[in-house]
Design a protein around this ligand. Structure first.
Ligand code: NAD
Length: 440
């Protein structure tokens, strides 16, 4: 059957390279829709878990995964030998940065080489990992071209960025529109057809670079706006008497031209923190400094230092010596209701405290049973009134919705609330110091 007919009739098989936060939900979505799907991951633990129907991603429904793996609609492999049997292959591998914050696209290159080893006529390859403009055409395409096939005729290559928002119950893989930009118009059409089988709305753009830049714009938009409100929060604390949270609520009443963003202890995760550096790196090649974008990233990265200073100021008002202070961090995931701790600002605050010799630190996070910071492993402590009352300072770094903030405010001696999570708690809150409240 010709590729276009396969895509139109929905009789094609799917490969998903990288079974993490992005890849596993995508693989399950295709498998649920009845497409024979193979997940490929170098992490043999993940491969084993998927094949046993054992879920490790919050956004994936346990029963869905069990159903598609027990029927063998979805299976996982730690090698690329199935590539020739698959029609559409998505690449969902990590795109971290190096120690010096340069892009590290080696996982994309490895995945491209793995796919190239089995590339055949009729393949549709779709890169989903967030990356700088020209990765698809400048780095992935040359690897695939080594097979001697012609892109846009023999096989198809496109970039279609992932937009998943982990923890978001309203917008999921299926109902979040995707953007697709192919190397040729036929590539765009084929990739859009393949994506449109499980994703409700597909928007096409003229080429992969537009799609790559579009994704960076989305994430840098967040980075810049969060930095803006973080700077406002610092100013409110400096000026005193102005609560940035009240300011945002008031500004939010404007029905047009304003979108609320909130301050916090910094940004984390695998996207918003990293993506500005991908773009500024690519811009430098063109003698262009992304000053505005870099300043936003810097502002956000300074926030954990500000939280550390808040902690020190709290102790400067007490008799408790800082070195012996018992500190409890609440929430170490990078955002509310997820288990992802990558680049979490809470961990950065812990790192800074440990570097200063403050060792008596504990944490609680209902989503994260264990973490390692500066080579030391911590286990989540049970959050009880006793633990709170035996702590000198509680730092709310992630505002998980399962926390009983009333109980926390009642039993803690001192609280630094970096998320305004205690806003609805009634009663005395003189011991609660909210970042940006203008009272600190
Ligand atoms: N996590 C998010 O919320 C999110 C949202 C939108 C976009 N993205 C982007 O999607 C991409 C993937 O992110 P993620 O959060 O799913 O990462 P992840 O680390 O959760 O998953 C990536 C998986 O790829 C596997 N892998 C690495 N190299 C491989 C290779 N050569 N072959 C096969 N498997 C390989 C890893 O073992 C891992 O399981 C990144 O570019 C990220 O920026 C992530």
């Amino acid at each position: 059957m010709k590729l276009q007919e396969k895509l139109r009739s929905g009789r094609f098989s799917v490969g998903v390279v990288g079974l993490g936060y992005v890849g596993l939900p995508l693989a399950v979505e295709y498998a649920k829709a009845g497409f024979p799907t193979v997940g490929i991951d170098v992490d043999t633990e993940k491969v084993k878990a998927v094949n046993l129907g054992r879920n490790y991603i919050d956004d994936v429904d346990d029963d869905d995964l069990r159903a598609v793996t027990s029927s063998r609609t979805l299976r996982a492999e730690a090698h690329y030998r199935s590539i020739p049997d698959l029609d559409v292959v998505f690449i969902c591998v990590p795109t971290p940065f190096t120690e010096y914050k340069d892009p590290d696209i080696r996982y994309i290159l490895d995945a491209a080489r793995g796919i190239a080893s089995g590339l055949r006529k009729g393949h549709v390859i779709i890169l989903k990992s967030t990356t700088f403009p020209n990765t698809t055409e400048g780095y992935v395409l040359p690897i695939l071209q080594e097979r001697g096939l012609t892109v846009g005729r023999d096989y198809h290559l496109a970039f279609s960025p992932e937009r998943i928002d982990p923890g978001n119950k309203l917008f999921t893989t299926r109902n979040t529109p995707v953007v697709v930009g192919g190397v040729t118009p036929t590539c765009t059409r084929m990739a859009a057809l393949a994506s449109g089988r499980v994703i409700e709305k597909v928007v096409t753009v003229s080429n992969p670079k537009v799609a790559e830049m579009e994704k960076l714009l989305e994430n840098i938009f967040r980075s810049v706006n969060i930095a803006l409100v973080n700077e406002m929060a610092l100013l409110c604390d400096r000026m005193g008497g102005i609560d940035v949270w009240e300011v945002v609520e008031a500004a939010k009443t404007k029905p047009f031209g304003f979108m609320p963003f909130y301050p916090g202890p910094g940004i984390g995760g695998h996207c918003i923190l990293i993506d500005p550096y991908y773009l500024s790196w690519a811009a430098r090649k063109h003698d262009f400094q992304t000053n505005f974008i870099t300043l936003a990233a810097e502002t956000n990265e300074n926030m954990p230092f500000y939280v550390k200073n808040m902690i020190y100021r709290v102790f400067s008002m007490t008799e408790v010596p800082l070195r012996n202070a018992r500190i409890l961090m609440l929430g170490v995931a990078f955002k509310r209701d997820v288990d992802d701790t990558r680049h979490s600002p809470a961990l950065r605050v812990m790192e800074l405290l440990l570097e200063d010799g403050i060792r008596n630190i504990r944490y609680n996070d209902p989503h994260v049973p264990q973490i390692t910071v500066n080579g030391r492993t911590f286990r989540s402590s049970r959050l009880t009134p006793k633990l709170l009352s035996h702590t000198d300072c509680v730092v709310i770094t992630t505002d998980h919705s399962s926390y009983d903030y009333g109980m926390i405010v009642r039993h803690a001696h001192r609280i630094i609330d970096t998320r305004n999570a205690t806003r609805n708690v009634r009663g005395s809150k003189r011991h609660v110091h909210v970042l940006g409240s203008g009272k600190f």
